[in-house]
Each structure stands twice: as structure tokens, then as C-alpha cells.
Design a protein around this ligand. Structure first.
Ligand code: ADP
Length: 259
């Protein structure tokens, strides 16, 4: 709270009172804190891979390159960390696009089934690595008003998370259907689950329930923040149901083509 006061003087210098203007700056202070946290997070996330790339390349330059197995293993680390940097920069650019005030998507007729099949093809190698299987229950006719590339981005993010936060040999169930004015898809895993008190926070930029696990699996902590903005730009909704140790289901609702 910030208050400014000024005396009000009338004719002949008569004292009439004081005008006090009070600004509630709570929201501004909160926003400033969010901005500072974001910058601190970005700096930290960028610093870690850069430090590692610099350290390992320096050691190689100072002679370690002469030992072939050291050379190979250090190059692998450098490659992995540069990939991480690239992913982070891509996600940051994406986030800044979808977070822009007035960001609009190109709306067209989109068949959820077609986009889902493409998303599955793109993530299939991850499913195979963990020997996971899909159970599908799909209404092939559902058409929504949306941007197919962005809807694919949502599906890929949710599918990748479902795979990342599940153990090997488990199932992911995907449903496509209609509900009132919305077409929807649900991606349900049998993974580690999310505590109720964490559910709202997972959509925050850089929020991760388990930082180490997310980093190790290549996550940037920005995926769900991006997903949320894309869903909002579609005037859609996203719902999460989860039970720790049992699994998580994300459902995304997008307005139907003819709603
Ligand atoms: P990340 O890149 O870390 O996966 P996201 O923004 O996609 O970032 O997700 C934020 C956090 O939400 C994750 O770090 C993880 O803790 C949690 N999370 C997301 N999806 C799932 C899921 N299907 N099961 C369990 N936890 C999840």
C-alpha cells in the first residue's frame, strides 16, 4: 500500500483539509516478484548447461582429448548439454509468443483424431524405449475450431509427460470425445501421480514437483505453462485428475467446430 497526502487550501489561505490518495500496489509488487523469479530461473537454467559445456571443453582443450575414451564421453556430455540449451531456448521463445498480450491463433477446422495420430507417431520411440502401450478409445469424427500445430504441441507435451512420469511396462489410455460445446481428449497414465496441493502449481513456469527427475528426463519445466496458454488462446479448458502412486489424467476441451 502506498499513500500520498496533500493539504487542500481554499480562498484566503483557508485550510480545507487533506486529500489522501491510496494506491494498492500489492498486485504490482506480486507481478514484479514473479518477473524477478522468472529471470532468476531462466538464468539458473541457462547457467547449468553452459558451465558444463565450458568446463568439459576446456578440459579437452588442455590435453584430455588425447585419451580416446575421455574424448568420447566428454563430447557426449557436451552434445547432451547443448541439446538441453536448445530445448530451453525453443521453449522460452514459444512461451514468450503464447504469453504475448493479444496473442491469437489461426482457427481452422481440426479433426482431433488426425492430430492425435501424428502426435503418437512422433512420440512412439519414447513409448518403445519404456515398453509402454497405448489403449485408444477415439471418436474419429470430432472436429474442433483450432490451430492444428498448436493442438499437436499440447498433445505431444502431455504424451511426453505421461511417458516420462510413468514406469516401464505401463499403459497410457487416450480418449477423444464430445461434451456439450467442446471436443475433448484425455491422456491418462499409470504413473507417479501428483499431490492435490501441487496440481495448481504445475502450470507455473519452471515449477517441477521433482526437479532432479524432470531435469534428468530432459524436461524444461515450461511445457505445461505453454500448454495452458495455448488452451486459453483456444477458449478451451484443461482439467487434471491425479492420485499419487496411481496415475494422472489430463483432459483438454476445445470448442467444437459447430458449437
Ligand atoms: P517438465 O519439463 O518438468 O516435465 P512440465 O511443465 O511439462 O515440465 O510439467 C511440470 C511438472 O508437472 C513436472 O516437472 C512434473 O513434476 C509434473 N507432471 C507433469 N505431467 C505429469 C504426469 N503425467 N505425471 C506426474 N507428474 C507430472
Amino acid at each position: 500500500m502506498v499513500a500520498y497526502g496533500a493539504p487542500v487550501i481554499g480562498e484566503h489561505g483557508r485550510w480545507l483539509g487533506i486529500v489522501v490518495v491510496i494506491h494498492d500496489v500489492t498486485e504490482l509488487v506480486k507481478l514484479e516478484q514473479v518477473r524477478k523469479d522468472f529471470v532468476a530461473n531462466v538464468s539458473h537454467e541457462l547457467k547449468t548447461p553452459v558451465t558444463s559445456i565450458k568446463g568439459f571443453s576446456e578440459t579437452l582443450l588442455y590435453g584430455a582429448y588425447k585419451k580416446e575414451d575421455t574424448l568420447l564421453s566428454f563430447l557426449e556430455i557436451i552434445y547432451k548439454e547443448s541439446n538441453r540449451l536448445q530445448m530451453l531456448i525453443n521453449d522460452l521463445l514459444d512461451l514468450s509468443t503464447v504469453e504475448q498480450v493479444g496473442y491469437e491463433i489461426k482457427l481452422n477446422k481440426v479433426k482431433l483424431y488426425d492430430v492425435l495420430i501424428q502426435s503418437i507417431e512422433m512420440t512412439n520411440h519414447l513409448l518403445e524405449e519404456k515398453n509402454m502401450e497405448l489403449t485408444l478409445s477415439l471418436d474419429e469424427k470430432v472436429e474442433v475450431l483450432g490451430d492444428s500445430d498448436r493442438i499437436m504441441q499440447i498433445m505431444m507435451n502431455l504424451l511426453t509427460n505421461a511417458i516420462t512420469y510413468s514406469s516401464e511396462d505401463t499403459f497410457i489410455t487416450i480418449t477423444i470425445g464430445k461434451d456439450h460445446k467442446y471436443g475433448y481428449f484425455t491422456i491418462k497414465d499409470q504413473g507417479i501421480g501428483i499431490k492435490t496441493e501441487e496440481i495448481d502449481r504445475i502450470f507455473e513456469r519452471f515449477y517441477r514437483v521433482d526437479r532432479a527427475r524432470s531435469r534428468n528426463s530432459g524436461g524444461t519445466g515450461l511445457g505445461l505453462a505453454i500448454v495452458k496458454h495455448i488452451v486459453e488462446a483456444h477458449h478451451g479448458l484443461i482439467k487434471v485428475e491425479s492420485e499419487v502412486g496411481k496415475g494422472t489424467a489430463f483432459t483438454v476441451y476445445i470448442p467444437l467446430m459447430n458449437s
